[in-house]
Design a protein around this ligand. Structure first.
Ligand code: NAP
Ligand code: 8YV
Length: 319
């Protein structure tokens, strides 16, 4: 009898709270990520939902004739083939809002770490060099007097901007459409924004349009006092151009939470003293990841309980 029960597929690894809560409500099937889906026909037919942190390719959807919903762990849902989901009437949900504050806090911390070299100063103390060699050298850069440009001013970008205000920096932004009633200066192109500011924060989604948007020309426009902070996706920065720009002084420094090919970080970046590097941790606190996990599960429970979802992505609105 239980052979006939509908099931949720959980590919690869996911936050343990997602699994704990799902197990109380549904049958769970698992499968390795990054490989063709190998489920027998009977099991494939039982799958009505997927809970995922990572990729769901169109080929998987083809193998699951009764799939109704994909609940993505993360506000960025670039791992899920949403066009394929939309064409099959499959709903995709993500985890917006609940991580905005955490990611914005981390962005400010990364910005200050980058301009004031704070991780390097702490390493200096821990290695006993303060006592042996005297004070750490003054940081060449400061946040004082900076003009910050936000590439992306959505839920998270808006929270970053609010946090920047008390730091008394000038704020400008670029998005495809200017925001109504926005106090910050708008630039119609990323290149214009980069030329106007000396600090660029990237917080746009991974889409075809944002691929390597921050390229050699944008970095040149940012200039020798320039600081780049990326908390969006590594996809949006031409990493080779960035390494060259940091090596030859085209820009002054960069702070990165995201990379082109995670978890691989190029040794050339690691070797650069003017790069501050984090292992994709902007939302990675216990409370925030718990809230994201709950939203994944709540979307599934709501869908199978009453046919509604809490946070559908715009490409797959529920009917
Ligand atoms: P959001 O509310 O949808 O905001 C996205 C912003 O990007 C909007 O202002 C949008 O404005 C702009 N945008 C989109 N495409 C653009 C383009 N081609 N050119 C210029 N601007 C563009 O998303 P969010 O919740 O703030 O999240 C943003 C992204 O941050 C996520 O998709 C994810 O990739 C990343 N993220 C990273 C972490 C981390 O751990 N590092 C954590 C959370 C999120 P327009 O539509 O007007 O262009
Ligand atoms: C998470 C993120 O690190 O929400 C996003 O888009 O990038 C981060 O919050 C990621 O989703 C965890 O898999």
């Amino acid at each position: 009898m239980s052979q006939q029960k509908s099931a949720i597929l959980v590919p690869g690894k996911i936050h343990p709270r997602v699994l704990d809560r799902l197990q109380a409500e549904f049958d769970i099937l698992t499968a390795p990520q990054g490989a063709p889906l190998e489920l027998g026909e009977a099991d494939a037919a039982r799958v009505r939902g997927i809970a995922v942190s990572g990729a769901v390719p169109a080929a998987w959807m083809e193998r699951l004739p009764n799939l109704e919903i994909i609940a993505n762990f993360g506000v960025g849902y670039d791992g899920v083939d949403v066009a394929a989901a939309a064409s099959r009437g499959i709903i995709v949900t993500n985890t917006p809002d609940v991580l905005d504050d955490e990611v914005a806090d981390t962005t400010i911390a990364l910005l200050i770490n980058t301009v004031r070299q704070l991780p390097r100063t702490e390493a200096y103390l821990r290695e006993g060099r303060w006592a042996n060699n005297g004070p750490f050298p003054l940081s060449p850069l400061s946040l004082r007097g900076r003009h910050v440009g936000l590439f992306g001013l959505g839920r998270i970008g808006g929270e970053i901007a609010k946090r920047l205000e008390p730091f008394k920096v000038k704020i400008s932004y670029h998005t495809r459409r200017p925001k109504a009633d926005c106090p910050y200066g708008y630039h119609a192109s990323l290149l214009d924004l980069a030329a106007a500011v000396d600090t660029l924060i990237c917080i746009v989604p991974k889409t075809a349009e944002t691929h390597k948007a921050i390229d050699a020309a944008v970095l040149k426009a940012l200039g020798p006092n320039g600081v780049l902070i990326n908390v969006g996706r590594g996809w949006s920065v031409d990493e080779d151009a960035l390494i060259a720009a940091l090596q030859d002084g085209t820009i002054a420094a960069a702070g990165l939470d995201v990379f082109q090919e995670e978890p691989k970080v190029p040794q050339a970046l690691i070797d650069l003293p003017n790069a501050s590097l984090l292992p994709h941790v902007a939302s990675a606190s216990v409370p925030t990841r718990n809230a994201m996990a709950d939203l994944v599960v709540d979307n599934l429970i709501s869908w199978f309980g009453n046919g509604t979802v809490l946070t559908p992505v715009p490409e797959t609105p529920p009917k």
